[in-house]
Ligand binder design. Structure first.
Ligand code: HEM
Length: 511
């Protein structure tokens, strides 16, 4: 009997290995990093979120050294980490299903486009696409201008001493996001206890905890922890608020329609000027026969969550880098002075177009510190990459944005250094088009990248017109910022910096 008890698991294990023999065979052709029997590299991904980020960076550098790809076994789960834009261009077009880890976002955003299965994502992306036409995105500059002036003012009030900038910037991105998405003001910049701000922070923290702590992953076990109740409360607030705005908007549109029955059909590009994403999605999904209230809530919350932390982190990293490299900040100030002089007027979309050097600074920031540094795709069928490597069905592919954007093969031997001039048009043309992938590549790329660039540029220009940002000046050309992986990659110190009012400049408007 005892023999049978011992034999059965062995037979099960042998059958398990036999069924996956092709996977083991293909995996063995690629190099791994620091693997142990049975657990593979899983021991490298425990510890704080800073430790985990550090291991992910190490694996990316290992992939660079090993010619563009490496293998990572996490127990029986197999991932490949790629840092080669040629291979990634192909994978991101062919493997569009997202990894199962993304299921932890489901209580919050349901089947919102970003992590939805392909069958749900495809029609939703089609509906979302026209809402991101450049003309529509440009119409949001008014919101960015007002909210970023408010940010400059708030930071001015806190100025003259070291402060964590991220909470201020996060409130700016949430205010802008809610105004453009829902068409309502949540005033997070005026009230750091604003329920939407607090609960948004809470639910994203719970998602991150579940991704990185195995014991929180099984649903039945997660429900035993206080985090489950936190998530439920958070979702109740976010869903309740969003549902209320959706219902009010639908009633308003119904009332308008009963007054003028043709209004819905005769909508033109100029009408979009004053519309929020919510109104646009109601319209593009087919108005009354279109999205249900639940689908609208999923898409709207996806947009708010996808836009808030990512954009805030990008602004924070840019300010950190400008504090580290004062000569780059001087050039940004020169450009801003040419465009704005000493006025306290709100910025306009034409101003943004004139800020070419700031554009280079933002892209170089996103290259070195991409807020989404790792993107994961399921490999459902065997894929032969342009490099000749074969990914077995049943594995996962981690696109290391961090590694790709620091890969010397595509960015030169100084790939780790901060040099905004890399993005001058004459140098940008020489690169592989997918070597910069902070907004991902392929059909599931970031739909909001133009919106993001405008929001980041508005915030940086409004803050830097009036202030100089100071921190520890970096000794060399390679910037060091301690980072951790949450849902996004964030600075460990929340961008603790000092803002000083620029001499002889007027003060930012108090809106
Ligand atoms: C600096 C700011 C941003 C960065 C770095 C960023 C980055 C990304 C990346 C890397 C993805 C692909 C995710 C994946 O493949 O798993 C993505 C998807 C997405 N982003 Fe962004 N994003 C930013 C801002 C925004 C903004 C402002 C919005 C909306 C207003 C937005 C909306 C979305 C949506 C809806 C998707 C899902 C697209 C799809 O699957 O069809 N993002 N973003």
């Amino acid at each position: 009997m005892i023999w049978l008890v011992l034999l059965l698991p062995l037979l099960w294990f042998a059958a398990f290995r036999y069924r996956r023999r092709r996977m083991y065979e293909l995996a063995s052709r690629l190099p791994g990093v620091g693997e142990l029997p049975l657990i593979g590299s899983a021991h490298k991904f425990i510890g704080s979120t800073e430790d985990i980020m550090s291991s992910l960076k190490d694996v990316s550098y290992a992939a660079i050294e090993k010619g563009g790809i490496t293998r990572v076994w996490l127990g029986p789960i197999l991932y490949f980490v790629s840092v080669d834009p040629v291979d990634l261009e192909m994978v991101m077009r062919t493997c569009m299903e997202k990894d199962d880890l993304h299921r932890f976002t489901r209580p919050v955003i349901g089947y919102g486009s970003v992590f939805a299965p392909v069958s749900i994502w495809r029609p939703r992306r089609k509906i979302l696409q026209p809402a991101f036409k450049p003309k529509i995105v440009e119409s949001f500059v008014r919101v960015f201008a007002e909210q970023s002036m408010k940010l400059a003012h708030k930071l001015g009030e806190a100025g003259g001493r070291k402060v964590k900038l991220l909470p201020y910037i996060g409130a700016y991105t949430l205010d802008s996001s809610c105004e453009t998405t829902l068409g309502v003001k949540v005033n997070a910049q005026d009230d750091d206890m604003s329920p939407f701000l607090v609960e948004m922070g809470r639910v994203t923290r719970v998602v991150a905890e579940r991704v990185f702590h195995l014991w929180l992953q099984p649903e039945w076990l997660f429900r035993c922890f206080p985090l489950y109740r936190e998530q439920r409360t958070g979702c109740e607030v976010l869903h309740g608020f969003t549902d209320h705005v959706i219902m009010k908007k639908k009633e308003e549109l119904k009332a308008q329609k009963s007054k003028s029955p043709k209004a819905d059909q005769t909508i033109g590009l100029s009408d979009y000027d004053s519309m929020s994403f919510l109104e646009l999605l109601i319209h593009f999904s087919g108005s009354e026969g279109g999205y249900s209230n639940e689908e609208l809530r999923e898409e709207i919350l996806t947009l708010i969550i996808a836009s808030t932390d990512s954009t805030a982190s990008a602004i924070g990293y840019a300010l950190d880098l400008l504090a580290k490299y004062p000569h780059v900040q001087d050039k940004v100030h020169e450009e801003l002075d040419e465009v704005f002089g000493d006025s306290d007027r709100l910025l306009q979309k034409e101003d943004l177009m004139g800020l070419k050097y700031l554009d280079c600074v933002i892209k170089e920031t996103l290259r070195l510190f991409p807020p989404g540094p790792f993107l994961i795709r399921k490999v459902e069928q065997e894929v032969t990459l342009p490099s000749g490597h074969v990914l077995p069905a049943g594995s996962g592919l981690i696109a290391s944005v961090w590694g790709t954007q620091r890969n010397p093969k595509y960015w030169g031997p100084d790939a780790d250094t901060f040099d905004p001039d890399r993005f001058l048009p004459e140098r940008a043309a020489l690169r592989h088009p997918c070597a910069f992938m902070a907004f991902s590549i392929g059909p599931r790329n970031c739909i909001g990248y133009q919106y993001a660039l405008m929001s980041i540029k508005s915030a940086l220009s409004s803050v830097l017109r009036f202030h100089r940002v100071r921190g520890r000046v970096e000794g060399g050309n390679t910037p060091h910022i301690r980072v951790k992986i949450d849902v996004m990659m964030k600075a460990v110190n929340g961008h603790e910096l000092t803002l000083e009012r620029r001499s002889l400049r007027c003060a930012p408007k108090n809106l």
